[in-house]
Design a protein. Structure first.
Length: 573
């Protein structure tokens, strides 16, 4: 697997519509040749057995984006062929995620279960034509008979059953007369094929469990490879896009449609998304949730779309990320820093600037009048003048960040220290005159003076200071809980580790409960995003915030690792 740093994207919100790639070239050639009568019909076919992750976002953006560009349509089709793992919760979460990303399937919502009757008739035709048989080998024996990559498989002793016997047994399977695993329906292809997928693959298996849509009607359910290609065919899909792990399955996709003389879409494979410091295996994501490493599928540390949403990522930033990484034919590793860069890029243009103090240190400005408050003008976003300004209160007692003061600072520490003068953002120059400690010797308060002539942050005599600090007025501050997130994994590629759980970062979450914010954030609307000056971008959690006590999740810090990577590469070149 190669390391992929991505390319500069267009910044547009519909990935795949601006930059060329091999799938677009295939579609444009088909359109030029009049193939499929000039139609472009794609589909996004998730299994409703878990929540969607960032890898699915790439597929969503690709399929819906191409359909939009070529004036076609994209279907949302749920591959609900396994009642053991699927439920309505996942269906609704998938629909919500696709809508949140900015796409709409309109009236084209489908389920593989919509086609169960037709798929059953297709299976009967394969049996009648001698292309499928009921096999009574155990699952273990079927695996044993299949052979290996270097050794051909062996034919099942049940492969020579007559058409009549196969039809009778298949009907008994449908009626629920067999236990799970007692028999399956298999395609009759070639046990000596160099492609293991073609060695008489299973088409139907028994599942004596109610389905979330069809109830107890069925005791047999089609396998993915059988249901998928035929669902594509039934819906008139033109370009069936899937990731590279299905490349070997394309031969079976074509075989089934050819044997049934069905309408034939074109399967095209592209590289899946692999993201650094992340796992995207559904099995591993389920493990993270089940073992309590995270607080559910929408935990902001999860790479799920719902997790990114709760973290505060924007749909536009995810779409832009999917555009930038492009569509390739080979797998690669994309740096998580690129995704975070896309988030910062969007928020820098659109997020309102505010002031909040995460670890407050009380400051008393001794020469400021007691019981007096004044309103100072603050800029909402220097990148967008149309966002205007706001007023923030200033008073005798304020809070600053505890980390912005050092009693005995090192040489390159330019923030507040005894006798030193600094600027308060939008306010005044202050100078530290005294340090107050508690009985244990901890610093609990600073005493300072201010220069009234420096209102707005500039000295009329031209003197300069080397640091500007953010602050909030103590009398007007809103107490808030803030969650600070770090990478969930300490390793660059935890998916490669035998024990991926050993790579989990024990410091991936820090909760601070006594943060102080400027008063305008008391009733911050759910899902609002802000830049806390000097601290990063933050999101008002839509699940945990309450009126008067917002809960904020840090989306990303201000430090842009991706920008540094790009700069280093440019300098190296």
């Amino acid at each position: 697997m190669e390391r992929e740093h991505g390319e500069k994207g267009t910044g547009e919100n519909t990935p795949g519509t601006e930059r060329s790639h091999f799938i677009k070239q295939i579609i444009e050639a088909d359109l030029a040749a009049g193939k499929y009568d000039g139609r472009v019909v794609t589909r996004f076919p998730p299994e409703p057995n878990g929540y969607l992750h960032i890898g699915h976002a790439k597929s969503i953006c690709l399929n819906f984006g191409l359909a939009r560009q070529y004036q076609g349509r994209c279907h949302l089709r749920f591959d609900d062929t396994n009642p053991m793992k699927e439920n309505r919760e996942y269906v609704e979460s998938i629909k919500a995620d696709v809508h949140w990303l900015g796409f709409d399937w309109e009236k084209h919502e489908y389920f593989a279960s919509d086609y169960f009757d037709r798929l059953y008739e297709y299976a009967l035709k394969l049996i009648k034509d001698g292309n499928a048989y009921v096999d009574s080998l155990s699952p273990e024996q079927i695996r044993e008979y299949r052979g290996t990559l270097s050794e051909p498989g062996r034919q099942s002793p049940y492969r020579s059953r007559s058409v009549e016997e196969n039809l009778e047994l298949f009907e008994k399977m449908r009626q629920g007369e067999f236990a799970e695993g007692q028999c399956v329906l298999r395609a009759k292809i070639d046990m000596g094929s160099s492609n293991v997928v073609m060695r008489d693959p299973t088409l139907y298996r028994i599942r004596n469990k109610a389905h979330h849509r069809t109830g107890n009607k069925w005791h047999i359910y089609p396998m993915y490879d059988f249901a998928h290609c035929l669902s594509d065919s039934i819906e008139g899909i033109t370009h069936s896009l899937c990731t590279l792990e299905f490349e070997n399955n394309r031969e079976l996709y074509d075989w089934i449609l050819d044997k049934l003389d069905a309408y034939h879409p074109q399967q095209i494979e592209f590289a899946r998304l692999n993201l650094s410091r992340t796992v995207l295996s559904k099995r591993k994501l389920i493990r993270l949730v089940a073992a309590g490493y995270v607080d559910g599928w929408d935990d902001p540390r999860m790479p799920t779309i719902s997790g990114f949403r709760r973290r505060g990522y924007t749909p536009a930033s995810i779409r832009n990320f999917c555009d930038r990484i492009g569509v390739a034919r080979r797998d690669s590793m994309v740096d998580l820093a690129l995704l975070e860069h896309c988030v910062r890029e969007d928020l820098n243009k659109n997020a309102m600037r505010v002031m909040g103090v995460l670890r407050p240190l009380r400051v008393v400005i001794e020469n400021y009048p007691e019981n007096e408050t004044e309103k100072l003008t603050a800029i909402n976003n220097p990148e967008d003048a149309s966002m205007g300004t706001r007023e923030v209160p200033f008073s005798r007692v304020i809070y600053i960040e505890r980390g912005d003061f050092m009693e005995d600072p090192p040489k390159k520490f330019f923030r507040l220290a005894p006798g030193r003068e600094v600027r308060l953002r939008y306010a005044y120059f202050i100078r530290c005159t005294d340090v107050i400690r508690d009985e244990e010797g901890e610093i609990v308060e600073l005493r300072c003076t201010y220069d009234p002539a420096t209102r707005g942050g500039n000295a009329p005599d031209g003197r300069k200071v080397k640091a500007t600090l953010h602050w909030v007025s103590a009398a007007h501050a809103v107490q808030s809980t803030v969650r600070l997130y770090d990478h969930l994994f300490t390793e660059e590629n935890p998916a490669e580790k035998e024990d991926f759980e050993a790579c989990i970062n024990p410091e991936s979450l820090e909760v601070i409960s006594d943060c102080m914010l400027e008063p305008g954030l008391a009733d911050a609307p759910a899902e609002a995003r802000y830049q806390f000056e000097r601290l990063g971008y933050f999101y008002a959690d839509h699940k945990d915030s309450a009126p008067g006590h917002p809960v904020f999740n840090r989306i990303v810090t201000l430090r842009d690792t991706w920008a540094k990577i790009q700069k280093a590469q440019k300098n190296k070149a």
